[in-house]
Design a protein around this ligand. Structure first.
Ligand SMILES: Cc1cc2nc3c(=O)[nH]c(=O)nc-3n(C[C@H](O)[C@H](O)[C@H](O)COP(=O)(O)OP(=O)(O)OC[C@H]3O[C@@H](n4cnc5c(N)ncnc54)[C@H](O)[C@@H]3O)c2cc1C
Length: 127
């Protein structure tokens, strides 16, 4: 096969954030999110962009306990704050937990569960 121009459109892949311990901790990305053979009891979502918000709502509605960790002070950072806050309030009312202005310090595999250590305004929390 020959052509003057070629388009390579094989998609993108997720870039895991440089969180200490994450490489040794099993995690899923938006690529393999649809490959579960059973519903997870709980889920921590790192980041709160459109796919994160969409998946937080979907899994929460299916029955998973969902926590969303976001570095900045609002979800959907590219949107107006009043709109993003409105979406967050709806998701909160449905049961999604949000940790804004929160950094992930480390991740760890505990065997049956995974743990992340987070820092919100100077406090260490274990969600
Ligand atoms: C959960 C989720 C929700 C989303 N929601 C939205 C939304 O609401 N609105 C929106 O606009 N976008 C949404 N997106 C993003 C959207 O899916 C992507 O931006 C879009 O699919 C990218 O299209 P693409 O053609 O670049 O890549 P892909 O859709 O990833 O297509 C790449 C294709 O290339 C094939 N391929 C890979 N390697 C090879 C190879 N070596 N040889 C041959 N074929 C290969 C793959 O099998 C695949 O079929 C969402 C994404 C996710 C994960």
């Amino acid at each position: 096969m020959s052509a003057k121009n070629w388009v390579i459109a094989t998609g993108s892949s997720a870039v895991p954030p440089p969180v200490p311990g994450l490489e040794q901790t099993p995690y899923i990305t938006n690529r393999d999110l649809f490959s579960f053979d059973r519903l997870p009891a709980s889920m921590i979502i790192l980041g709160a962009g459109p796919i994160a918000a969409e998946m937080a709502q979907a899994f929460n509605r299916l029955g998973t306990r969902v926590s969303v960790i976001q570095r900045s002070g609002q979800i959907l950072s590219n949107e107006d704050k009043d709109l993003a806050d409105g979406v967050m309030e709806v998701l909160k009312a449905e049961g999604v937990q949000f940790y804004l202005n929160t950094a992930i310090l480390s991740a760890k595999d505990l065997g049956a569960e995974r743990e992340v250590v987070i820092q919100t305004k100077g406090k260490n929390l274990f969600p």
